[in-house]
Design a protein around this ligand. Sequence first.
Ligand code: PSV
Ligand code: MN
Length: 427
Amino acid sequence: MRINTSQLSDHNNQLSSNHAESYNFLREQLGKKGVDADQLVTQLAGLQIAIPSWALGAGGTRFGRFSYGGEPASLEQKIDDIGILHALTGAAGAVSLHIPWDIPRDAQAIREQAASLGIVFDAVNSNTFQDQKNQAHSYKFGSLCHTEKAVRDQAIEHNREVIETGEALGSKSITVWLADGASFPGQNNLRKALQHTRESLQAIYGYLPADWKMYIEYKPYEPNFYSTVIQDWGTSYLLATACGERAYTLVDLGHHLPNTNIEQIVATLMLQGKLGGFHFNDSKYGDDDLTVGSIKPYQLFLIFNELVYGMQHNNAGNPPLAWMIDASHNVKDPLEDLIQSLEAIWLAYAQALLVDSKSLEIAQESNDVTRAQEILQDAFRTDVRPLLREARLQHGAAVAPLTLYRNLNVRQELIRERGKTTVATGL
Ligand code: PSV
Ligand code: MN
């Protein structure tokens, strides 16, 4: 299924006068504060977020999985789904593939299909946290950290192949997330596990094409419950530094212990020019992978505030970031969930762009704590939704993506096309 331009324009025409009223009002209000709303709209539309190929089916937990019907059964169908998201939101112009869940059979054809929908290939992700059929060695006790060289070599070789696949698609980066670690004290020699991981990552880095980057994720626990080899941003930073200039830390919002100050991690990494990208999601307890902005929207805003500051004060030459959603769960239509996540990311970005940074700096320098808080919260409490609608309108997407998604009965149409029982690859 594809959304066509007349469906979009019919929808937009119906909403345009209401929208114009709210946008003009906000533009006037912001103008009084010296903020150019039209410029914000342009900046917003420039933030394109990659959709993970594994989030288009119903997410499962270890207790069960409830299918949604009409799930994409092939990579081609996943790309079509992202095409729907991008047509509706104007924000999803990229895809991030997980290998081997989504190995393209014909890279050129997939590339052309994606291009016809305005979608490019963002980072490719390797997978050494599951064993694959006919694999010589098991990752039960780790991959890049493994005690046996043959296992490490196999995992390195897999990452090399992932880079090769990414090259055929036009990707420019690889993200490595490792489940490596131990579930019991004494199981691993902690120091040796880290040393092996460092050597293995260096070997993978050696295979990076000259214009590629490597992103290293960290996570404090799960699936291992005593120690994770790359447990925190500091370990990831250490490894990225040991690999070289084009290796960076990737922050997944769910990969922190409760109440970690993630915005401070962003500030630190950007100061060093070592922040590579983001996996967006939300959580209350652990790596819950909930819809972005559904639990802690203020935290998301504070993170974006640091990102915007970092991009505007980029002395260390931090490269443009890879933005990706990494959420999946059990109870919502995955496409509706992604529409909500995309909206939350643009909202937080727009609010961060609104922060009166000059006044904030004065408040900070004079230790005016109350004023500093007021400035941040003034931006956070501004209803910026008209800016998002305007950005979508200007780019031919839908003023109200979720409304149009439902009015067009997209899910029912996908079920009609693909059936009720298809299952998308992924976790
Ligand atoms: C691990 O929790 C993670 O965040 C990594 O990015 C994986 O590649 C992804 O989720 C999918 O399982
Ligand atoms: Mn992730």
